[in-house]
Design a protein around this ligand. Structure first.
Ligand SMILES: [Zn+2]
Length: 81
């Protein structure tokens, strides 16, 4: 996920602004044509209003219902019932 998208995305639950926490950046080549920008590889987006936390995994922000996010940590990711 591009860092700049933190300013664009809003909490899907309440519309609140999101705060980015970066655990790992994926550095890409800004000398390339067209230039490639740094992406957030792993981290979290947290909502300032409702305090929900959305993980970013392998550059993908996971805007999923909290029930799904909780289940996937016990091995039922995400649509296996
Ligand atoms: Zn929220």
């Amino acid at each position: 996920m591009l860092e700049e998208l933190t300013l664009v995305y809003r909490c899907p639950d309440c519309g609140g602004e999101l705060t980015l926490h970066v655990d790992e950046m994926l550095r890409t080549d800004i000398e390339a044509t067209p230039p490639l920008y740094s992406e957030v590889m792993n981290g979290t987006l947290s909502c300032a209003l409702c305090s929900r936390i959305y993980p970013i995994e392998n550059t993908v922000p996971l805007f999923l219902p909290s029930a799904v996010l909780e289940r996937r940590h016990v091995g039922t990711w995400p649509y296996n019932g």
